[in-house]
Each structure stands twice: as structure tokens, then as C-alpha cells.
Design a protein around this ligand. Structure first.
Ligand SMILES: Cc1cc2nc3c(=O)[nH]c(=O)nc-3n(C[C@H](O)[C@H](O)[C@H](O)COP(=O)(O)OP(=O)(O)OC[C@H]3O[C@@H](n4cnc5c(N)ncnc54)[C@H](O)[C@@H]3O)c2cc1C
Length: 394
């Protein structure tokens, strides 16, 4: 081999990460083609109207709502990385609210049903969820308790062979459209972390009230609900998992949610980077493309380095998670770092676009607004830092 060949940097090399196989790449292509054909063209419209429920049914038909669930429940029997592929590709819908609404269904509300549910619950809720015939939501946050999950006030009290639920939940994604909610309640106020229980509650049960549709900074294509539960009676069979173990169940759920959030944040940052790179090559100022100013070149270098670091951290952590480890520290790091750098990248990309970045037409301001949620939802930056810090015994 000639010395010149050996020394030539291979910038265009696009070798896939070792966690992905040919099958994952085929899946990636087919999801991307669906997203470009059937979702992306509606992004603007859905910002105004929220995305329609029919998206769930369509994705169910395509097998995209149960990629890693067993075939016996209608899933595709794939591995955890398939969920990462979906989270990454749905970003190309240009519709953050849609990506979030789907992720809540596939990676937040249904995993506890799959892991902790009885066979009857799986048949009644998981199977139709995978088909896109039932839509799910997850109720943890309350008006008086978000980060401090142990401070929730929603109570479930046993009454004969039923439970009576009272309380409220807020900021609930899919809350207006959902058919059922995976609900975190307190069942024993004196039992500390052993006093929580999860329930599956039908959203049309008497006493479930969908209050206002909350207005928000970004993620406009999603619906966000304030919910009230007034003497909602559910049978004992509505308990999800073990009575008293709900806190641990939901902490388990949050790990998958955070990792998927990290993958989505990295993919969003990458998509915006690519779009901005093209803009920087085309937009001229002072007789040259703006990308040719050293200050702009360095901005891209900084962004690319951050994106790549966040991606590696997310993939390696996913590899550990998929191989049976429970790497809570690294999941928290991935969630924290990916969310932060995605916001930084979005801000820098908006700056590079100049006035165009501020205009709706270019779609940059929307990503900037949408991504801000990542530093808050599924555990804030501060909570991630606390989890990481405490993991060192501090
Ligand atoms: C658009 C959107 C969608 C959402 N979807 C859902 C959903 O589907 N289901 C659901 O259950 N929830 C959902 N949430 C809620 C979200 O998970 C919470 O907003 C988040 O966990 C933070 O809780 P909080 O808003 O009560 O903030 P708080 O807990 O009140 O925190 C306020 C501030 O105090 C800081 N803080 C709190 N505790 C500490 C501490 N110990 N150390 C240092 N700082 C601290 C926080 O970091 C934050 O900066 C959603 C939120 C939004 C905005």
C-alpha cells in the first residue's frame, strides 16, 4: 500500500456502530422511508392540530409499536437496539411532539405492562397497544410533585375487592387521547418507598376527568393533559406488578425512558447539524460561504465533537443495558449529557442561521424549542446530576 493511501484521512467513512447489524440497518431504512413519506409532509399541520390517532394505527400495522416485544403479543421479537433505531429515525418527521407521543407509548407506558403485567393485562392492554388500537399514557407527575416522585399524593385505597383512586396528574403526554394510563399511586402513606403501587386505569372509567389541554413552549404536535381522578373504582386485577413495589417498578421504567430520550436527543442534534452545515455552505457573507469563517468552522467542530461523544456514551450504555446490566449511573450520564449538548447544538445552529434561524419557515426555531424539554422531562438535569453524584456514595 502506498504511504499516501495510509495517511489519507477517511472523513467520509460511515462505518456503523458495533451494536447495529444489517437487520437494524434495514429496519432503519424502512422506518426512514415511512417517516419521510407519511409523517414529515404533515409536520406543519400537526404543529397546529396535534398529530392524529391514526398514526398509532398505521405504525401498529407496520409493526413499529412492538419492535422489541415478543411475537406472541404481536411484537417483532427484536432487541432493544430496534427501539433506539425507531427513536433516531422518527426524528426525521420534523415533529418533536409526534416523536414524544410515540415514545411515551412504546418506551414508557407499555414496557411496565410487558414486564410486570399479568397474562390477562398483556392480552387486554399490551396486544392492542402493539397493534395501535389502544393508546397509552404514563402518570407520574402531579401538580405538587415532579422530581420528588415519593411526594405524590394520588391515593389508592382498598375497598373490598376493589381500589378507590383519588388525586391528580399533570403534564401527561397523550393524556387526552389515551385509552389507558399506567398510574403511579400511593397505597400506604407510612411505608416509605414500599408504599407505592402501579395501576392500569381505563381512561373512560367513571371519575377519570381529562381537564385542560395544557399549552406549552414546544412539542406542539403532542397533547399534554391535566388529569383528575375522583373516586375512580378499579378491580384488584388493575394492580400492575406488586402492591407496594410501584416505586421500584417506575424507577426501572425511567431507565429505559431516559436512554431512549438520550438517543432521540442525539439524533435531533445530528439532523439539525446536517441541515445547518448545508446552510453554512450555501449562505454567503462578505464574499464567501459563512462556513468558511474560522469562527463558524470551529462551531461545527465543537458541535460534531459533542454529538459524537453523546452518541458513543448512549450506544455503549445501551449495549450494557441490552446485555443484562442495570447501569443507572451511565444512563443518567447519557440522558444528562445528550440533553445538554442537544440544546447547545440547537442554539448554535439557530445562531448560524442568523435571522433565518428565528423564522418559522426554516424549522430551526422549532427544534430549539422542542429540545428544551429534554433537560426537564424524564428527570431534570439536576436530578440526573444527583443520581450520578449519589452513585459515588456522596
Ligand atoms: C411537555 C412535557 C411532557 C411531560 N410528559 C409527562 C408524562 O407523560 N408523564 C409524567 O408523569 N410526567 C410528564 N412530564 C413531567 C416531567 O417529567 C416533570 O416536569 C419533571 O420530572 C420535573 O418535575 P417538575 O416539573 O415538578 O419540576 P420540580 O420537581 O418542581 O423541579 C423544579 C426545579 O427544581 C429542581 N430540583 C428539584 N429537586 C431537586 C433536587 N433534589 N436537587 C436539585 N434541584 C432540584 C429541578 O431540577 C427543577 O429545576 C412532562 C413534562 C413536560 C414539560
Amino acid at each position: 500500500m502506498a504511504a499516501t493511501d495510509v495517511l489519507k484521512p477517511d472523513h467520509a467513512a460511515n462505518r456503523r456502530h458495533f451494536i447495529f447489524t444489517d437487520e437494524h440497518e434495514q429496519l432503519r431504512e424502512s422506518i426512514r422511508s415511512f417517516v419521510f413519506k407519511e409523517l414529515r409532509p404533515h409536520a406543519e399541520e400537526w404543529e397546529e392540530s396535534t398529530f392524529p390517532d391514526s398514526v398509532f394505527r398505521r405504525m401498529g400495522e407496520l409493526g413499529l409499536l412492538g419492535l422489541s416485544y415478543p411475537e406472541q403479543y404481536g411484537g417483532q421479537g427484536g432487541d432493544y437496539y430496534c427501539n433506539l433505531v425507531l427513536a433516531e429515525e422518527i426524528v426525521h418527521s420534523n415533529c418533536g411532539g409526534l416523536a414524544m407521543g410515540i415514545a411515551v407509548h412504546t418506551d414508557m407506558a407499555t414496557p411496565p405492562v410487558h414486564i410486570f403485567g399479568t397474562e390477562e393485562q398483556k392480552q387486554a392492554y399490551l396486544v392492542p397497544s402493539i397493534r395501535g388500537e389502544k393508546i397509552s399514557c404514563l402518570g407520574i407527575t402531579e401538580p405538587d410533585a415532579g422530581s420528588d416522585v415519593s411526594g405524590i399524593k394520588t391515593r389508592a385505597v382498598r375497598d373490598g375487592d376493589e381500589w378507590v383512586i383519588n388525586g391528580s396528574k399533570t403534564y401527561i403526554t397523550n393524556g387526552h387521547r389515551a385509552d389507558f394510563i399506567v398510574l403511579v399511586t400511593k397505597t400506604d402513606a407510612d411505608a416509605g418507598y414500599d408504599g407505592f403501587t402501579l395501576f392500569i386505569v381505563d381512561m373512560d372509567a367513571p371519575g377519570v376527568i381529562r381537564e385542560e389541554r395544557l399549552r406549552k413552549l414546544g412539542m406542539h404536535a403532542s397533547d399534554t393533559a391535566l388529569l383528575a381522578f375522583q373516586d375512580v373504582r378499579v378491580p384488584d386485577s388493575a394492580v400492575l406488578g406488586e402492591v407496594g413495589k410501584g416505586f421500584y417498578h417506575i424507577m426501572w421504567e425511567l431507565q429505559g425512558e431516559r436512554l431512549i430520550g438520550a438517543a432521540g436527543a442525539v439524533a435531533s442534534a445530528q439532523a439539525l447539524f446536517d441541515k445547518t452545515l448545508q446552510y453554512a455552505n450555501e449562505r454567503q457573507a462578505f464574499g464567501r460561504p459563512i462556513g468558511k469563517f474560522q469562527v463558524t468552522r470551529h462551531k461545527f467542530a465543537e458541535m460534531a465533537t459533542k454529538i459524537e461523544s453523546a452518541r458513543q456514551l448512549t450506544y455503549t450504555t445501551a449495549w450494557r443495558f441490552a446485555n443484562g446490566e442495570y447501569p443507572v449511573r451511565e444512563i443518567s450520564m447519557a440522558k444528562l449529557y445528550a440533553s445538554r449538548i442537544a440544546c447547545e447544538v440547537a442554539d448554535e445552529c439557530l445562531q448560524i442561521h442568523g435571522g433565518a434561524g428565528y423564522m418559522k419557515e426554516y424549522g430551526v426555531e422549532r427544534v430549539w424549542r422542542d429540545l428544551r424539554l429534554n433537560r426537564i422531562g424524564a428527570g431534570t438535569d439536576e436530578i440526573m446530576l444527583d443520581v450520578i453524584g449519589r452513585s459515588f456514595g456522596l
